[in-house]
Ligand binder design. Structure first.
Ligand SMILES: [Zn+2]
Length: 667
C-alpha cells in the first residue's frame, strides 16, 4: 500500500481548520469563544491553529506568563473533539523583548537596524532571541504535552529573509571557514582576483548588498550568503523545535512555507519538517481565460510542496474569501472555494485550512477574508461555502495519506535559480528560470500528467522521464547521477543554458554543457539572445515552430539531430537532438519555444517513455484531472477551471461538470 499514516496520530481524517486568534477577543470571550467553536464545528472543522502571534498575551512582561486563556481554548477544542495546531509564537515578538534586547531586531543589507514592528524580522543569530524562544516553547510543550487537543506544532510563521547584523556576519565567516577551510580556497572558488577583490583576512568578508554600496559582483559570495541564510533558518528551526521534540516526541512539527518564496532552499529546509505545509493565495479571476493560468501556477506550487519530501502535505492557509494584500481583492465566485480547496487535495494535501477564522476588528488584516465575518453569524455566503468544503472533506478519509506516484519529474532547483538570477548576459532578468519551468509544467498539466517537482539532489531512479530545463548550474554529483540514470534506461530532457557553471558559479572549462556533454552528446558553442521582435524557428517532424528569446548554437557529437533552425546565419544547425546512452536517451532543446512545440515534442517523449496522463487522449478543455493513489485504488479529481459547463470522458464514461465544479472518480 502506497499510503502514509495521518500526520496527526490516530486522527485519520482530512484536517479542516483555520488560523484562530481568540486572544484578540479576550474582553468578549464569554460571548464569542463558545460561539466560535459552535460555528467551526457546524462548518465541519476539526482543527484550529492557535497562538501564532500570541507572545505578548502569553508573556506580557519578561518572565511573567499567562497561559490561563490558552488553557481555556485548548479545553474547548478538546471538549468538542477538535485538534489544535498549536503555534510557537516567535514570528512576532512583544515590545519588551525588542526594547530590552535590541539585538533581536534584524539589520538590513545597508546595515540599518529595524525598529520594533511588523513580524518575521528577528535575527536568527541572536542568543537573546534563541533563549527567549527556548523558554516560551519549553513552557508551551510542558503545559500541553498531555493535552488531548494537541495535534501538531506550527513552528513560527512564514519564515523568510536575512539579517546582516554583526552577529550574523560573524556566523557567516564561521560557516565559510567550515566550508572552505582557507581564504585561498575562497579566493579561488569566488574568483576574487577579478576587480582586485581578493580577501586577505576573514574579517574583510561582508555579506553582499543589493546595490553598489558594497559587494554585489562576486557571485560565489551571494550564492554562499543565500545558502548560509537557509542554514541559519534551519539552525533556528532546530533550536526552536528542540524542546518540542524532547517533551512531545510524538507530535509532528511543521512550518508553513510560501511556494513563491525563492530566497530559501526549501528542499534543504523541508528535511527538518515532519510534514510540509504552505499558504496558498491564488488570485482567481472568475473566467476560464483568467483562471486556467492561475490554476496552473497553484498546481505547480502544490506539486513543489509535494516534491519537497515526496509526501502528502498540509494546506495551512488559504482565504475563504478575498485577501487584503493582493492588488485586487476579488471575491470567490460560487463554487470557487470548493474548487480551490479540492485542487490542493488533488495535488497531495491532507488538509484545507484558512486564514482566518474570525476577522480582526482592527489593524492590517481586518478586511482579509475569514470564515466568520464582522457580522458574526452563519448567515453569510462565505460561511456556507466553508460548510460545503467541510461536507466534502468528511467523505475523503480514504484519500488521507495517499500518494502522487508520478512517473514524470520536473526539476526546479533553488541554487540554479539563484545562479541564473545573478547571470549577466543572455536576457538579464528576462532569463526567467522559474517562469520557464512553469511553462514546461503547464504543458504537462494540460496533458493531465502527474508530475513531481524535485531538485538536483533528489533520487531520479523512480521516474521514467525527468525534465530539467535550463540546468545552468550543475551541483554536486547531479551530472554523474543523470548519466547513470540514462544508462539504466531513463529519459532525460533538458534545454539551452544547461551545464554552464559548477556549484560555486565557476564556468566549466572545456566547453558546455560541462559534465553533461557525454550524456547529451553535444557541444554548445554560443548562445544567441534575441530582441522581443526577433524570432527563429525549429523545424521538426515536418512542422515549423517559433523559437525566440534564446537560441543556442550546438554541435551534435554523438547525438542525432532531430530538428534544425529555420533561419538566420545558423539555419540548418541542430535545434533539437537525441542521444542514446546505454538503455536510455537524453534530449536537448536548444532554443526557447512556445507551448505548442513543447506540447507536441513532449507527447512524443511521454509516449516513448510509457508515461500517460490521468485521462488518456483527452485534449485539455478547461478541465484538469489529477490523481492520488494507494497503489490499488486511484482517486481521480476532475476540476472544471471554466465558468461554463464541460464534458469529459473518463474510463469510457461521459461526465458533465457544471461551471467550477469538482468531481471525484474512483477507479
Ligand atoms: Zn543578525
Amino acid at each position: 500500500m502506497k499510503r502514509y499514516p495521518p500526520a496527526i496520530r490516530a486522527f485519520p481524517h482530512m484536517i479542516h481548520g483555520a488560523d484562530y486568534n481568540p486572544e484578540q477577543w479576550l474582553k468578549w470571550k464569554d460571548e464569542i469563544w463558545q460561539e466560535d467553536i459552535r460555528l467551526a464545528k457546524q462548518a465541519g472543522m476539526n482543527s484550529l491553529s492557535v497562538g501564532i502571534f500570541a507572545w505578548s498575551m502569553l508573556e506580557p512582561e519578561e518572565g511573567e506568563f499567562h497561559f490561563e486563556w490558552l488553557d481555556e481554548v485548548m479545553d474547548l477544542l478538546a471538549e468538542n473533539g477538535m485538534k489544535a495546531v498549536l503555534a510557537t509564537p516567535t514570528a512576532a515578538r512583544p515590545n519588551w523583548l525588542a526594547e530590552k534586547y535590541p539585538e533581536v531586531l534584524r539589520m538590513n543589507d545597508q546595515r540599518v537596524r529595524n525598529l520594533f514592528g511588523g513580524r518575521h524580522n528577528h535575527c536568527m543569530s541572536s542568543p537573546a532571541y534563541r533563549e527567549k524562544a527556548r523558554i516560551i516553547n519549553t513552557k508551551l510543550a510542558e503545559r500541553y504535552k498531555d493535552h488531548p487537543a494537541l495535534g501538531m506544532w506550527h513552528v513560527s510563521n512564514e519564515v523568510s529573509g536575512d539579517c546582516h547584523c554583526p552577529l550574523c556576519q560573524q556566523n557567516f565567516r564561521l560557516w565559510l571557514k567550515e566550508k572552505y577551510g582557507s581564504l585561498d580556497a575562497i579566493n579561488e572558488k569566488w574568483w576574487t582576483t577579478f576587480w582586485s577583490h581578493r580577501y586577505t583576512k576573514w574579517e574583510q568578508i561582508e555579506s553582499p548588498t543589493r546595490n553598489w554600496m558594497g559587494e554585489r559582483d562576486v557571485h560565489g559570495l551571494r550564492l554562499d550568503w543565500l545558502r548560509f541564510t537557509t542554514d541559519q533558518h534551519i539552525s533556528f528551526y532546530r533550536a526552536e523545535t528542540a524542546p518540542l521534540k524532547e517533551i512531545t516526541p510524538d507530535v509532528p512539527c511543521t512550518a508553513n512555507l510560501m511556494a513563491d518564496c525563492e530566497e530559501l532552499d526549501y528542499y534543504a529546509y523541508a528535511k527538518e519538517l515532519d510534514i510540509v505545509s504552505w499558504d496558498n493565495y491564488p488570485c482567481w479571476r472568475g473566467d476560464e481565460k483568467g483562471d486556467v493560468p492561475i490554476a496552473i501556477h497553484a498546481a505547480f506550487c502544490h506539486d513543489l510542496m509535494y516534491g519537497l519530501k515526496r509526501k502528502p502535505w498540509f494546506l495551512m492557509e488559504s482565504s475563504p474569501s478575498c485577501t487584503n494584500w493582493q492588488p485586487v481583492a476579488k471575491l470567490h465566485r460560487p463554487g470557487n472555494l470548493l474548487r480551490q480547496s479540492m485542487q490542493a487535495v488533488a495535488h497531495g494535501s491532507d488538509s484545507v485550512q484558512y486564514f482566518q477564522f474570525r476577522k480582526s476588528r482592527g489593524s492590517s488584516e481586518k478586511f482579509h477574508g475569514a470564515v466568520v465575518s464582522h457580522e458574526g453569524t452563519e448567515k453569510t455566503r462565505v460561511y456556507k461555502d466553508v460548510c460545503s468544503v467541510g461536507e466534502t472533506l468528511k467523505t475523503l478519509d480514504d484519500v488521507v495519506g495517499t500518494v502522487k506516484d508520478g512517473k514524470a519529474a520536473l526539476i526546479f532547483d533553488y541554487h540554479n535559480n539563484w545562479a541564473l538570477q545573478d547571470m549577466r548576459g543572455a536576457l538579464q532578468e528576462r532569463t526567467a528560470y522559474r517562469t520557464e519551468i512553469e511553462k514546461h509544467y503547464a504543458v504537462l498539466w494540460k496533458k493531465h500528467v502527474p508530475v513531481e517537482i524535485i531538485d538536483q539532489t533528489c533520487d531520479l531512479s523512480t521516474y521514467k522521464v525527468v525534465f530539467a530545463p535550463m540546468s545552468y548550474m550543475l551541483r554536486g554529483d547531479f551530472a554523474k547521477r543523470v548519466e547513470a540514470y540514462v544508462e539504466q534506461g531513463g529519459t532525460f530532457v533538458t534545454t539551452y543554458l544547461t551545464g554552464y557553471v559548477d556549484d560555486t558559479d565557476l564556468c566549466f572549462r572545456h566547453g558546455f554543457p560541462g559534465p553533461l556533454r557525454k550524456t547529451l552528446g553535444i557541444w554548445a558553442e554560443e548562445l544567441d539572445s534575441l530582441y522581443p521582435e526577433d524570432e527563429n524557428s525549429i523545424e521538426w517532424n515536418g512542422q515549423s515552430y517559433r523559437a525566440h528569446s534564446l537560441c543556442e548554437l550546438v554541435h551534435p557529437e554523438t547525438a542525432k539531430m532531430l530538428g534544425q533552425y529555420g533561419s538566420d546565419f545558423y539555419a540548418g544547425m541542430a535545434a533539437l537532438t537525441e542521444n542514446v546512452l546505454g538503455k536510455g536517451k537524453a534530449y536537448y532543446i536548444a532554443a526557447r519555444t512556445d507551448e505548442d512545440f513543447l506540447s507536441d515534442f513532449y507527447q512524443t517523449v511521454l509516449d516513448e517513455s510509457g508515461v500517460s496522463g490521468v485521462l488518456k487522449d483527452q485534449p485539455f478543455n478547461g478541465v484538469s484531472a489529477q490523481r492520488r493513489t494507494d497503489g490499488e485504488r486511484e482517486y481521480v479529481f476532475l476540476m472544471n477551471f471554466a465558468d461554463t459547463e464541460k464534458q469529459i470522458t473518463v474510463d469510457g464514461e461521459s461526465i458533465t461538470l457544471s461551471p467550477r465544479e469538482v468531481k471525484l472518480h474512483t477507479r
